[in-house]
Design a protein around this ligand. Structure first.
Ligand SMILES: [Ca+2]
Ligand SMILES: [Ca+2]
Length: 197
């Protein structure tokens, strides 16, 4: 019996049964597909609603807020805590480069005028300190040793000048932009807070 014959002689009852089984399978698959589509929709919605608070800049898995108020390192750290954040802790070159770019904005006028006086430029506290053990710089929120650093090599930082420099700042000075220096924790600088996304 060839194929044509088998179709022609097929028992209509069996054909109907098979059709209804196929319909059931299709229905089940359709339900599963709809469920899956809804799950994807929900996940996409969740991901897109996860964003930084207003005035915070997103980068990687963190949000940053550059505070244009001069405060000591301690007061800066306290203020960041109030926002559910910490003084920024820089773990990668990418994060460091991003911040170098962002702090530039605060000295745009000086840059336009080609001013080369280092002290004129803004400085920004970040979350590193060696207050507990001299020479052993850690991130304040974890106590972890710095895994990435960008110390000013030319000025041989960190130099603990006057035996009194235990907190890390970065400056927007053109040739030293974003390069790290240990400074006196009591000095009042702008600062950068970081919180997770
Ligand atoms: Ca960080
Ligand atoms: Ca120093």
């Amino acid at each position: 019996m060839d194929w044509t014959q088998s179709v022609l002689t097929a028992d209509p009852k069996i054909v109907t049964e098979q059709n209804s089984k196929l319909l059931q399978i299709e229905e089940r698959m359709q339900t599963k597909l709809t469920n899956l589509e809804n799950r994807v929709k929900n996940i996409t919605k969740e991901m897109s609603t996860k964003s930084c608070p207003s005035n915070w800049i997103p980068f990687g898995s963190s949000c940053y807020n550059i505070r244009a108020q001069e405060k000591s390192w301690y007061h800066a750290a306290m203020e960041c805590l109030q926002y559910g954040a910490k003084l920024v802790e820089i773990e990668t070159k990418q994060e460091n480069d991003f911040l170098k770019q962002r702090i530039r904005i605060y000295d745009e006028d000086l840059l336009k005028q080609n001013i080369t006086t280092y002290s004129e430029y803004k400085k920004f506290w970040i979350g590193g300190t060696d207050k507990i053990i001299e020479g052993r710089f850690v991130w304040a929120s974890t106590g972890n040793l710095l895994s990435f650093t960008d110390w000013d090599a030319i000025l041989m930082e960190p130099n603990d000048r006057g035996g009194n420099e235990d907190c890390i700042e970065i400056s927007s000075f053109p040739t030293r932009r974003g390069i790290w220096n240990d400074a006196n924790c009591a000095a009042e600088f702008y600062f950068i807070c970081e919180r997770s996304l």
